[in-house]
Design a protein around this ligand. Structure first.
Ligand code: GLN
Length: 536
């Protein structure tokens, strides 16, 4: 069985197409089918690696080190689709591949054109992940909004695939909006136009997910169905989830969406096992306590910049029957001389310093780490957050006032976080980072070893700087615990504070592998410590 579902969006961006596509994936898995998720991003960047988190949100990293759109993070949280370079397609990649082939003379002198050469390249890439014999359904999310110029070649490729595979094998789900005008009246006109726009590209949607604040009633669904040529059962109310976005698979299921999709694809109906999702939603709805986590970072204005961190914190919460409230603290605000740390952190039960790049705000993070260490507040450092722990320790315990990362102070005599020797001369970005999954060996008897219950772990990395080996003996001599190393012992992977309830930093990004049904162990343990702190 090889089936394909295209998920497109109309009316405007930010409708939550990614979670809609992911929820469809979760439902297909609940029906015992094997899915692969693919994201198309119509921008010209080859990947998301060079994009600013301010503009584009988090850069999500896969096992094989691809730097991708944050929607792949949603796919990872809702489905078991393996995620790697092949699951993320951009216009930049497509053109780069076609131009390279043209330079190699592989088009045998023909004129190279958007149709068929670009569209063929897109089709090959869209179909590649589904080639694995065990795959039943590939779900392809087309980024952007139908009607954008950049999307046209991708929609044309989708149209051709639907035509070639047949409409029982490749189907289209369009996500649109029904807005409320002043007075609260709901308007279907934007949806009608959005569907027309898709039809003008030669694609008749099989189903519509209607985004709205409140549920869309049957009358409105019938009206939309009749204007868009979509069967009534295929018009789904995709109203805002009340408690958590993990309600969506259940919300869709309650309207028979999965049954409808199976029917459209000619897959015989089978039992839907949604126990895991029901349990996840129950835990979100019935927390036994609340904790407040202060997240001290750089890119705080845009919520999406640390998307996987917020999600992983909430997963850690439900693992402890706790609701997690996050307090976003812009680290540069802590830098002022008079900043009152006791007041800023008065009502938080734990502090997390996530990943980040560049000097701005770093000394504010050092202050946050010092506060957490001295006041025995649970502290979780992720990547930059570990490097901050090392800098803070060096300044306060080793009394090296100039201690810093060479990322921030290239000429410091105490570059306690620095580039590896063979990296120092590399000037270009990209290619010089440690990216993707790698192994860490955990020292027995440490907090991190207890948390994972294993000697070795595999987590994903995305960073350029490392704890400097030149200063490692000084750090350890004065009591900072180095609790995980790379298998050859050459790089520090985790540090812990001595005599502290929960002060731990890791060089990896455990948030990328956290799922609501399988919270990442470090987040689970961190929130557990915060719950304890809140109670005491
Ligand atoms: N800027 C730091 C480095 O490159 C940390 C990166 C991160 O936190 N992902 O090593």
């Amino acid at each position: 069985m090889k089936k394909l579902i295209f998920v497109t969006g109309g009316v405007c961006s930010s409708l939550g197409k990614g979670v809609a596509a992911s929820s469809i994936g979760a439902l297909m898995e609940a029906r015992g089918l094997s899915v692969r998720m693919v994201k198309i991003d119509p921008y010209l960047n080859v990947d998301a690696g060079t994009m600013s988190p301010y503009q584009h949100g988090e850069v999500y990293v896969t096992d094989d080190g691809a730097e991708t759109d944050l929607d792949l993070g949603n796919y990872g949280r809702y489905t078991h689709s393996p995620l790697s370079k092949v699951n993320s397609i951009t216009t930049g990649q497509v053109y780069q591949a076609v131009i390279n082939k043209e330079r190699e003379g592989r088009y045998l002198g023909r004129t190279v054109q958007v149709i068929p050469h670009i569209t063929d390249e897109i089709k090959n890439r869209v179909l590649a992940p589904g080639k694995d014999p065990e795959v039943d359904i590939t779900i392809v999310e087309v980024g952007g909004t139908v009607g954008d110029m950049e999307s046209i070649p991708f929609l044309e490729a989708a149209r051709q695939i639907i035509h070639e595979m047949g409409r029982q094998n490749a189907i289209s789900v369009h996500v649109t909006l029904v807005p409320a005008v002043s007075g609260g009246e709901l308007k279907t006109k934007p949806t009608q136009h959005a569907v027309k726009e898709l039809q003008e590209n030669g694609i008749q949607p099989d189903a519509l997910v209607i985004r709205s604040a409140e549920p869309i009633d049957e009358g409105m669904r019938r009206k939309i169905a009749s204007f868009t040529n979509v069967e009534f059962e295929g018009v789904i109310s995709g109203h805002d989830a009340k408690t958590t976005i993990y309600e969506l698979p259940l919300l869709y299921h309650s309207q028979g969406f999965d049954t409808f999709l199976l029917k459209k694809m000619g897959i015989e109906s089978r039992h839907a096992d949604l126990r895991e999702w029901t349990e996840v939603v129950r835990k979100y709805r019935e927390p036994k306590c609340r904790v407040r986590i202060g997240v001290v970072g750089k890119y705080m204005d845009l919520t999406d910049s640390y998307k996987s961190v917020w999600e992983a914190l909430s997963h850690g919460g439900i693992a402890n029957d706790a609701a997690v409230d996050t307090v976003k603290i812009d680290s540069s605000k802590l830098e002022a001389d008079g900043a009152d740390m006791a007041q800023i952190f008065a009502d938080v039960d734990g502090i997390l310093v996530p990943g980040g790049y560049g000097q701005r705000g770093s000394s504010g993070m050092v202050k946050a780490a010092r506060y957490a260490r001295e006041h025995k507040v649970p502290y979780f450092g992720i990547c930059l957050g570990l490097q901050i722990m090392v800098i803070e320790w060096s300044r306060d315990v080793l009394k090296w006032d100039d201690a810093d990362s060479t990322e921030f102070s290239p000429d410091s005599a105490h570059g306690v976080v620095s580039l590896l020797e063979d990296q120092v001369d590399v000037k270009s970005y990209g290619g010089t980072q440690r990216l993707g999954k790698s192994e860490s060996m955990l020292k027995k008897g440490t907090l991190i070893h207890k948390i994972y219950g294993a000697d070795s772990i595999w987590e994903r990395h995305r960073h350029r700087y490392e704890v400097s080996n030149a200063f490692r003996p000084d750090l350890e001599r004065t009591g900072l615990l180095v609790t995980a190393l790379t298998p050859d012992g050459s790089l520090v992977e985790a540090v812990e504070w001595p005599d502290h309830p929960w002060g731990l930093g890791v060089q990896c990004h455990p948030e990328f592998k956290s799922r609501p049904v399988q919270p990442a162990p470090l987040f689970k343990s961190f929130i557990g410590a915060c719950v304890k702190n809140a109670k005491s």
